[in-house]
Design a protein around this ligand. Structure first.
Ligand SMILES: [Zn+2]
Length: 281
């Protein structure tokens, strides 16, 4: 599941390799992928790809005054291929064929078609409902006061930090790393934080920048098929905490999990497994 650091590196690599290429044709084999119909995707033909950028967890690929806004959701992948997709590739959602033979391809494995794209006037991207609702970007970190205001809500930090209209870019993997870095419980409420804890959490956002740096060093010019996320805590239940050696614990929900170090984040308490306690009700 791509989050801010992964989407950032996708847009950087895409922009570096594809800027200046001319579009030969564009089509959407994914029947439900395009959320806009006017202008049609074919309007990209003959245009030049002028850049790529990230907004929250979304990708914006610009073609002069038109832009493709893409949300990869959990299974979407945006990559550049040297050859055209086979018409039999059931995972193809959007294909932008470039004059030099390369193809920018949005693929999504599985039958659930969740990834989507919109073709918009470039100047209208920021006003799009999905973009306009986003809270401040988690990285580079917003000013401390803006961050403090964004998280001053009576909700648990784990969902709160992932709620894109409060703070944008963080998902289920990086939230665990950030909370561990800040030594805060995923079940502490945003509005209950002491000033010093808010500052610690704000400082912990550097984890996202560190991840981008890691990808810059380990990923070549091509966007990889799969990201090897440099996670220390998320999905590391049973492993020793890299800082204090205490066994990392997990709380499982129906579709996700959160991991934490009980020694440093919850005052030694092992949190209840929500999945099991639900079954026992
Ligand atoms: Zn620890």
């Amino acid at each position: 599941m791509p989050e801010l650091p992964e989407v950032e590196i996708v847009t950087r690599r895409l922009g570096a390799s594809m800027t200046g290429s001319e579009v030969e044709s564009a089509l959407a084999p994914g029947m439900n992928v395009m959320k806009t119909f006017d202008p049609p995707l074919e309007a990209l033909a003959g245009r030049e790809l002028t850049g790529a950028r990230r907004v929250g967890k979304m990708v914006v690929v610009e073609f002069g005054d038109l832009a493709l806004l893409i949300h990869l959701m959990s299974a979407g992948k945006l990559r550049v291929f040297e050859k055209r997709a086979s018409p039999r590739d059931k995972a193809s959602r959007v294909l932008v064929r470039l004059g030099d033979g390369h193809e920018l391809r949005l693929r999504e494995a599985g039958t659930k078609q969740r990834a989507w794209a919109k073709l918009l006037p470039t100047e209208a991207v920021d006003a799009d409902e999905m973009v306009a609702r986003l809270g401040p970007e988690a990285w580079p970190p917003p000013p401390l006061e803006r961050f403090a205001a964004a998280i001053d809500l009576p909700r648990h930090l784990h969902p709160l930090l992932r709620h894109q209209s409060d703070l944008s870019g963080i998902g289920r993997s990086w939230v665990d790393e950030i909370l561990w870095e800040a030594r805060l419980s995923p079940f502490k409420k945003g509005s209950e934080l002491e000033r010093e804890e808010v500052e610690r959490l704000h400082a912990a956002l550097h984890v996202l920048g560190d991840a981008i740096e890691h990808y810059e060093e380990t990923i070549g010019p091509e966007i990889p098929e799969k990201f090897d996320k440099p996670l220390k805590i998320h999905k590391h239940e049973g492993d020793p905490c890299p800082r204090c050696g205490t066994t990392i614990e997990a709380v499982f929900f129906s579709e996700h999990q959160t991991n934490y170090c009980p020694q440093e984040q919850t005052g030694g308490r092992i949190l209840k497994d929500r999945r099991l306690s639900k079954l026992l009700k």
